[in-house]
Ligand binder design. Structure first.
Ligand SMILES: *[C@@H]1O[C@H](CO)[C@@H](O)[C@H](O)[C@H]1NC(C)=O
Ligand SMILES: *[C@@H]1O[C@H](CO)[C@@H](O)[C@H](O)[C@H]1NC(C)=O
Ligand SMILES: *[C@@H]1O[C@H](CO)[C@@H](O)[C@H](O)[C@H]1NC(C)=O
Length: 495
């Protein structure tokens, strides 16, 4: 189960961390970095501790006479990464004359409630929840409204991708008076026990590989046993270690290699973008196709299969040809810590994963909440509450809410836990046939497929409508306030 635990921990945020390396030299966008003092605990009165929450702000395109605020609800990582990789917001800010704000999620990046002790024990992490993060965002917006002239009447639209997309949707659901609408891109709000079967993610990954030819998932499905057989044979581990160019030769078994491969296949599916993207290890356009071009013969002998597999995954870790060896002990997410998501997955964000090796190409592995919970307890001294998120945020029973776009790419393995059908006139599902993980949030690109161009166009139209309605309501509310004032004056005069 360890492997699964690991996998769940890194699952969601990988894409953005990977993309981080695309801007190691200089940021693509122009923004100011600011901090706001936040209460550690918004919901109780005993703990008065505060910390500095980081946010990025750009007024470059903002019209201070009513321009809206585009607000990114930061997810599990350094906010500058999300900022650099959410080009869609920057692309459309000029036409909306919008202010752009990216808020960092507490316990990530520079927003550490207790400095270097933030992750020291369960007590210091007690405020590490989505509820507290959303409260941070509400407090930040209230502060912007009170401190920047012109914002007080601005509408606010929330944006987010992946876990950030879940937060954007939930922000609108819980704070409808603070945000007028939300674009929740690739938000697996239903990836929870009793809502989504645990094998969906792996089934979609497998389908993505099958699109590049049936033999590809067949070869990968066969490779697990091939690795196991070789690992047990004399000299087998040495063969695998050499064939795979491993930095550290395998000693006892091939478990670490298998976990790495499992994770990488999921990552490839999430990042199966139509253009070359320069990740930690840059990848070509449609990377799955490139991997599968090396895995065309599922009938190979074990050793040949390992050789072919190595050629395939070289696309992932050695596209530039600069890799000196393959380090399977390194998280596929690169240098950044996946600690935070590990904790969230052990508390609120427990997302069941499993594989059967029949409908998917993975080594069979069951979902077992008890052993998952035991692992969580060992690591963090906390146990998951898997029913809490669906109950608190509503799962798909959210028709009392409005103005949320749920966009999902059909190629994205997380789409299995997303809302794929509109729930009402204003809870709108958009499906992007050729989209991987929140492709729509990325900056426009000359190789964008028609489906993502159409999706972005629809998103812009819907946001425009929300803003129009919000302006109408604002007028209405002003008239209402005037009426109230008028009324009380009349009453006073009358008295
Ligand atoms: C934590 O930060 C404090 C204050 O900046 C510093 O004095 C201390 O050495 C740090 N501790 C560790 C373990 O890094
Ligand atoms: C990476 O690719 C280059 C060029 O093809 C090759 O020389 C090198 O051995 C590869 N590295 C690994 C670890 O396979
Ligand atoms: C949503 O509604 C269905 C049908 O009424 C119910 O079975 C389910 O428990 C509800 N989910 C939540 C999270 O309230």
């Amino acid at each position: 189960m360890n492997m699964m635990l690991c996998w769940v921990q890194v699952g969601l945020f990988f894409i953005l961390l990977k993309d981080a390396s695309t801007f190691t030299d200089s940021p693509k966008y122009d923004y100011e970095i600011k901090y706001i003092t936040m209460k550690v605990d918004h919901f109780g009165f005993a703990n008065d501790d505060t910390f500095e929450l980081r946010y990025l702000i750009s007024k470059e395109h903002w019209d201070e006479n009513g321009g809206p605020v585009f607000f990114y609800t930061g997810n599990e990582g350094d906010i500058t990464l999300f900022c650099e990789n959410t080009g869609f917001m920057w692309d459309i800010a000029p036409q909306f004359k919008a202010m752009v704000v990216f808020a960092e999620h507490r316990f990530y990046g520079k927003s550490m409630p207790y400095g270097n002790l933030s992750y020291s024990d369960a007590a210091h992490m007690d405020s590490f929840t989505s509820e507290q993060a959303l409260a941070d965002y509400a407090v930040l917006i209230a502060y912007l409204k009170s401190s920047i002239p012109g914002v007080s009447h601005s509408s606010v639209i929330a944006f987010g991708g992946s876990y950030g997309g879940m937060l954007a949707a939930w922000f609108r659901i819980k704070y409808p008076h603070v945000v007028q609408g939300a674009l929740a891109a690739s938000a697996p709000v239903l990836q929870f026990e009793h809502y989504t079967p645990c094998d969906v993610f792996n089934t979609i990954v497998t389908k993505d590989f099958a699109l590049a030819g049936d033999s590809c998932p067949k070869a990968i499905r066969r490779s697990w046993d091939a690795i196991t057989r070789l690992a047990k044979s004399s000299g087998g581990l040495q063969y695998i270690s050499q064939a795979m160019h491993l930095c550290k030769p395998l000693k006892k078994d091939a478990g670490a290699l298998k976990s790495w491969l499992t994770e990488v296949y999921g990552n490839l599916a999430m990042a199966n973008y139509p253009y070359p993207a320069s990740f930690l290890s840059p990848m070509p356009a449609w990377p799955i196709k490139a991997v599968c071009s090396k895995l065309t013969d599922p009938g190979l002998h074990d050793k040949q299969l390992i050789d072919a597999l190595f050629k395939g995954i070289s696309v992932y870790f050695n596209y530039t040809g600069a890799a000196e060896c393959l380090d399977v002990s390194q998280a596929t997410t690169g240098a950044l810590s996946d600690e935070g998501w590990g904790y969230q997955a052990c508390t609120e964000m427990t997302m069941p994963f499993c594989a059967d090796g029949v409908n998917d190409m993975f080594e069979p592995s069951e979902w077992n909440l008890q052993s998952y919970s035991d692992d969580c307890y060992k690591k963090w001294h906390v146990r998951p509450r898997p029913d809490w998120v669906p109950l608190y945020y509503g799962g798909y029973n959210i028709t009392a809410s409005s103005n949320i776009i749920f966009s999902n790419g059909k190629l994205d393995p997380w789409s299995g836990g997303g809302i794929l059908k509109s729930l009402s006139d204003t809870l709108v599902a958009i499906i992007i046939d050729e989209g991987a993980h929140h492709l729509d949030l990325r900056a426009s690109n000359k190789d964008d497929p028609p489906s993502v161009i159409a999706a972005r166009k629809q998103e812009v139209e819907i946001i425009r409508r929300w803003l129009g309605e919000a302006a109408g309501w604002e007028q209405h509310a002003q008239d209402g306030r005037r009426l109230v004032v008028h009324d009380s004056q009349v009453k006073r005069e009358h008295l």
